[in-house]
Design a protein around this ligand. Structure first.
Ligand SMILES: C[S@@+](CC[C@H](N)C(=O)[O-])C[C@H]1O[C@@H](n2cnc3c(N)ncnc32)[C@H](O)[C@@H]1O
Length: 425
């Protein structure tokens, strides 16, 4: 099957499932990268491409497959300058043929793509941010409300740029130095500016192809998500619990910080996700000090005032990771924010119950809405929690008033929010 045909088929499936599905089997490295570029690029620019297609072909209603052929072709015309227009048109027509279109419909596809090539140079980006950057209107509105126009614009621009994959070095791994040397021999490595235990490699590689990954020397995690864990300051000799723990990115970092003989418990409501967590932790090495418990964080299996350090990594609308999950944005709704905010409130209330006096509770999300983030600060006060002003120095750069935050696009970060509370009574 031709590469563009594969792209059209995968695009159809990806849109149906709401996540980008990449099938790289039997492709050269170069073709695999082109396929990825096309699929992720189209996914991130869906509203814009459709707006252009509708304006050029105002009177033609396109069926789903023809629309996907047109999206793939127009994306290449506008964003991939190396592919000449005539090649894009003929590839599009060949895709239609390969997908079983009758000759008359292939001629229609040919005419459609020709009209797009003629118009491509004249297309003007629409003023409306939602369409220009392919974000649902309520997402733009929520970001503007929370961040102000200037920063919201930076975030939605960053959402459409490539998402870097960061690897975190497993501090407990006995052979980590040997594997880092091996990575350096095969790739250009760059360590993160603020968190030097995180690095990216060039050329980009799928994680299981990185030397040392299968052996547990590294894990995939954006450095922004170290912040809630560092803010928690887990310590030996104290019970540390994470609510919303799957797939274990922060839990394994807690274990790395505290070392082998700490008591750490990860709680999640999803049995399937806990199974994945178990596998991820097992890959990273001996995990005898971590227990996983299937439970609802709104009803924790702990007595009152029994936990010293509690991280609530709450389910959220995930507006801070739209670059990583390019199709997820189109499925989100305004009601999700309210529904999730109510779940988060229950988790916070229950967290306040199980926390010891003087215990530390960090509440974190990977979203950027007021309702899910800063509104919790007012609420926590009613639950007997006060914002804790003591925190590790190295986090000062990420502090905004009394909470901590990173934004997508800054230093390769995803968006992360975290606030640290203490139970004073
Ligand atoms: C943001 S993800 C956690 C990411 C994880 N902490 C990490 O760093 O890899 C949120 C998690 O909360 C879990 N969750 C959702 N509702 C929950 C609830 N009521 N109680 C416990 N866990 C819940 C989800 O299954 C999901 O795994």
């Amino acid at each position: 099957m031709r590469l563009r045909t594969r792209a059209v088929k995968l695009l159809e499936e990806s849109i149906r499932k709401g996540e980008v599905i990449l099938e790289r089997d039997n492709l050269s490295h170069k073709d695999a990268r082109l396929l990825e570029n096309i699929l992720i690029g189209v996914a991130k620019n869906l509203y814009l491409l459709d707006c252009y297609i509708n304006s050029v072909l105002a009177r033609n209603k396109l069926d789903t497959t023809t629309r996907n052929i047109a999206r793939v072709a127009l994306y290449q015309m506008l964003f991939l300058s190396r592919v000449p227009d005539y090649a894009i048109v003929s590839e599009g027509v060949e895709s239609a043929r390969e997908l079983g279109f009758p000759e008359s419909k292939c001629r229609f596809v040919n005419a459609t793509l020709h009209r797009l090539t003629e118009a491509a140079g004249e297309l003007q980006p629409p003023d409306e941010l939602s369409i220009r950057f392919s974000h649902p209107k309520f997402v733009v509105k929520s970001l503007v409300e929370y961040l102000g126009e200037e920063q919201a614009l930076k975030v939605i621009e960053a959402d459409n740029k490539p998402h870097p994959t960061f690897f975190r070095i497993n501090k407990l791994h006995k052979e980590k130095d040997r594997f880092i040397e091996k990575v350096k021999k095969n790739f250009a490595i760059s360590f993160h500016r603020w968190f030097s235990e995180y690095f990216t490699v060039s050329p980009n590689v799928t994680p299981n192809l990185l030397p040392g990954f299968a052996e547990g020397a590294f894990t995939v995690q954006n450095p922004a998500f170290a912040i809630p864990v560092l803010l928690l300051e887990p310590k030996k000799g104290e019970l540390t619990v994470e609510v919303g723990t799957a797939p274990g990115g922060k839990l394994s970092l807690i274990a790395e910080i505290v070392g082998e003989d700490a008591e750490i418990i990860g709680i999640d409501i999803s049995a399937d996700k806990l199974n994945i967590t178990q596998k991820n932790l097992a890959r990273l090495g001996p995990v005898k000090n971590i227990s996983l418990i299937l439970a609802d964080g709104a009803s924790l299996p702990f007595p009152d005032r029994s936990v010293e350090r509690l991280l609530i990594d709450a389910p959220c609308s995930s507006l801070g990771v739209l670059s990583k999950f390019p199709l997820a944005r189109y499925r989100k709704t305004d009601e999700d924010i309210e529904r999730l905010a109510q779940i988060q409130e229950k988790l916070l209330l229950e967290g306040a119950r199980v926390l010891k006096k003087d215990g530390v509770l960090v509440f974190s999300t990977c979203t950027l809405t007021k309702r899910e983030n800063t509104d919790k600060i007012l609420l926590a006060d009613r639950f007997g929690l006060s914002v804790d002003k003591s925190y590790p120095e190295r986090l000062e750069h990420f502090r905004l008033k009394n909470f901590f935050q990173t934004l997508p696009g800054e230093d390769g970060f995803d968006g992360c929010f975290a606030v640290r509370f203490r139970k004073l009574v």
